[in-house]
Ligand binder design. Structure first.
Ligand SMILES: [Zn+2]
Length: 309
């Protein structure tokens, strides 16, 4: 990009890496750059230095103040009303006015949003949910991210933190609910995520050293491996069960599933559709929303963040 051009930059801040993209007005990615987050102590200062470098590098070192702005997408609770990042599982920000600090540092407009919210914005504008007034998006990675769109707008909730469907309690502690990373027990994402795929394989086929992570289990399922297929059936069934609760509550026009685990496509979605039909309230007397795979891929968070500018 030549000096002086006004670029929108989207940055997805993951647990281990940072993806920065430059997008044009229509959301088309013109440039991308991925960097690892430094290992070792993760302080806000170290993290923000890495982000500053990533943004500068992806726009070819033009002055940051000449940007249209920078959108940050991150896996955490972003309180948009109070303008603070409340909590991130893998990042050091706690109850921190990150957006204002980075805007002052970079001399440009900055928006900060939850990554699933950003993905929903991308799917709404460019992907599976174009033209729809209401839909639910869940992203299945290590855990679950979620977003709800109502009347064409992301529903942020009273504190700006809506959509954390992954921590809805689905199995109570006294019935053996699995301990979640959030400190609660029996959260939906303990049964429906990359983590759940791995746990299922470890419990049911401990001898299978080739089924240790999500991409391995997905590849094995695609190749017809019986254990991997059963893991997807289990996780897909939990997906359908959780989505049935969301359909009962929100009656959306569409259900979109993104994130790394969704790469398995119908191996995940078919058992989910079966369970959705079985478990949704009054399923025979209503039009069930289609359940589809997200279309914007692994860049959805970064692109959606840039589109929020
Ligand atoms: Zn939880």
């Amino acid at each position: 990009m030549h000096a002086g051009a006004r670029a929108r930059v989207g940055v997805d801040v993951g647990g281990t890496k940072v993806l920065a993209v430059v997008v044009d007005e229509g959301g088309v990615v013109r440039r991308r750059l991925q960097t690892a987050l430094p290992a070792g102590e993760r302080t806000p200062a170290v993290l923000e230095e890495t982000l500053t470098r990533a943004v500068r590098d992806v726009v070819d070192r033009v002055a940051l103040s000449s940007l249209e702005g920078v959108g940050l997408s991150l896996a955490g609770l972003v309180d948009t009303q109070a303008d603070r990042v409340r909590y991130c599982t893998h990042l050091p920000w706690r109850d921190d006015p990150v957006r204002a600090r980075l805007a002052a540092r970079w001399g440009t407009r900055v928006v900060v949003e939850n990554d699933a919210t950003c993905a929903a914005v991308a799917e709404h504008r460019l992907g599976a949910a174009q033209g729809l007034d209401s839909f639910v998006l869940v992203t299945l990675g290590t855990g679950i991210g979620g977003a709800l769109v109502v009347d064409g707008e992301v529903w942020r909730g009273a504190g700006g933190m809506a959509g954390e469907f992954g921590h809805a309690p689905v199995v109570p502690a006294h019935l053996g609910g699995v301990a979640c990373t959030c400190g609660l027990r029996g959260c939906w994402e303990m049964y429906c995520s990359g983590h759940a795929l791995r746990r299922w394989c470890a419990e049911h086929a401990p001898e299978r050293a080739d089924l240790r992570d999500g991409p391995e289990i997905t590849a094995a399922a695609v190749a017809g491996d019986v254990v991997a297929l059963r893991a997807f059936e289990e996780v897909g069934t939990w997906l359908g069960r959780g989505l049935a609760a969301l359909v009962a509550g929100y009656d959306p026009a569409l259900l979109v599933v993104g994130g790394g685990v969704s790469a398995a496509g119908d191996l995940l979605l078919d058992p989910a559709r079966t369970e959705l039909e079985r478990a949704t309230y009054a399923a025979r007397h209503r039009r069930l929303p289609p359940l589809v795979q997200a279309e914007c891929g692994p860049e959805a968070g970064a692109v959606g963040a840039a589109l929020l500018l």
